[in-house]
Design a binder for this molecule. Structure first.
Ligand SMILES: Nc1ncnc2c1ncn2[C@@H]1O[C@H](COP(=O)(O)OP(=O)(O)OP(=O)(O)O)[C@@H](O)[C@H]1O
Ligand SMILES: [Mg+2]
Length: 407
């Protein structure tokens, strides 16, 4: 059977190594980390996502309970077990309410470990079958004015329409965000508020504080109104918020600035797919090459980076083949140039599907959403398609479940 990654946190070294020895008697247990410091252990858990965690809550109970609550919320499929010197029933209830599945006294008996592991094997199997975390798509380019916000906004709307699942659109262009302008929203809350409320983040909090877009399953997390607020947000906080969004939304679309700063990298790290946007001209292609080089240095898998050519015009001097050859990376998607439709959408603060749902550019966004979400998008038969054939390709590829554009 597959091994089960387990983490131990306890400042009581003797008890921790005893528990470790007992757990290692089970061949399928893989101790991926052991910490005496709660905060270090917590950060490791959030990044490494072990299946089982044992936390000693004896020495710093308040922090430990808080950590259990957050692990439980952010990593739903992780099972947390507590160990405690304190056997006061009130206290035990508190620990269980935070999300610990069981609380053991010290030392944990071998028979208890064995019974816990039996139950855990079963629970892990059922949760793997039933729960999948949301996917993060980040729209990025290190060049400004290339269409990132147009793509992020319309992709998010298309995903919500097409999949009918919950979608979050996050404006990580923290200093010069445009998402609220593109969708004509005046949100009550923004990301600067949410990061001050990290301990309160749960499903109902997120649904209440993100701005719902009309009747769609689309929720917007806006940039802060003041520049100083943007500066105060840390990349760790961005990571925490994005992980929280993953447990509530099926898709998270992130719009970014053109900066390669630590906040953007934190989002890029956590992304399932990076949509690297370029247009077909030399400076833009050169910039895309720089991004690809950096992504390689960051050890991102090749298929995580999807090239999107925006403002595509058939029969241009530089072809898509030329772009692919220059970058040694396939073009995943082409979005046609349609200045009139895109500008009317932006000027009216509406998504493209509400301006002209029959336009080639709207069709392209639905095709892109279908490809990324593995859903089917078939354009109405009676509509005369004027696009580049992207949507049919998306439907076919989504059915075959093959990665597109891999060289
Ligand atoms: N497919 C398209 N066809 C025609 N025009 C487009 C298309 N996509 C974007 N544009 C135009 O490009 C301009 C810039 O778009 P957008 O604001 O989305 O870029 P950005 O990369 O988010 O810019 P910034 O770096 O300032 O955030 C807009 O005025 C928009 O009209
Ligand atoms: Mg923008």
């Amino acid at each position: 059977m597959e091994s089960i990654p387990v983490m131990l946190i306890s400042s009581d070294n003797a008890s921790r190594s005893e528990l470790k020895n007992d757990l290692e008697k089970f061949k399928y247990i893989d101790i991926v980390g052991e910490f005496d410091d709660l905060m270090e252990g917590f950060n490791f858990i959030i990044n490494e996502k072990p299946s089982l965690v044992f936390i000693d809550v004896s020495s710093a109970p308040t922090v430990a309970i808080d950590a259990i609550e957050k692990i439980n919320f952010q990593l739903r499929s992780c099972l947390v077990y507590a160990i405690s010197n304190n056997t006061d029933p009130e206290f035990i209830i508190q620990v269980m309410r935070a999300g610990a599945r069981e609380v053991f006294g010290k030392p944990v008996a071998q028979a208890e470990i064995s019974s816990v592991l039996d139950k855990a094997k079963h629970l892990l199997k059922t949760s793997a079958d039933s729960f999948t975390e949301g996917k993060i798509f980040t729209v990025f380019s290190n060049k400004g004015g290339i269409g990132k916000t147009t793509i992020a906004t319309n992709l998010a709307v298309s995903l919500a329409e097409l999949t009918k699942k919950r979608v979050a659109l996050v404006d990580l262009n923290l200093q010069l965000g445009d998402v609220t302008t593109f969708l004509d929203l005046s949100p009550s809350y923004d990301i600067a508020y949410i990061v001050t409320q990290i301990s309160r983040i749960d499903e109902s909090f997120l649904i209440k504080t993100l701005e719902k877009y009309q009747e769609k399953e689309l929720y917007v997390l806006a940039d802060p109104p003041y520049l100083e607020q943007a500066e105060e947000i840390t990349s760790e906080q961005i990571g925490t918020v994005l992980n929280a969004l993953k447990s509530v939304f099926s898709y998270i679309v992130i719009d970014t600035s053109s900066a390669f700063d630590s906040k953007t990298i934190s989002a890029l790290d956590l992304s399932d797919d990076i949509l690297l946007v370029s247009i077909v001209n030399l400076p833009s292609i050169r910039n895309a090459q720089r991004c690809l080089d950096l992504f390689e240095r960051l050890d991102y898998p090749r298929e995580k980076v999807k090239m999107v050519v925006n403002r595509y015009i058939e029969n241009e001097e530089i072809t898509v083949d030329d772009v692919e050859d220059a970058l040694n990376h396939n073009v995943y998607w082409k979005i046609p140039n349609n200045y009139f439709t895109v500008m009317s959408a932006i000027n009216r603060g509406m998504p493209i599907c509400e301006i002209n749902k029959d336009s080639n550019v709207n069709d392209s966004f639905f095709g892109l959403a279908a490809g990324l979400s593995n859903s089917l998008y078939v354009k109405d038969k009676d509509q005369n398609s004027s696009n580049s054939g992207n949507s049919i390709m998306a439907s076919l590829l989504s059915k075959m479940n093959l990665p597109k554009g891999k060289k």
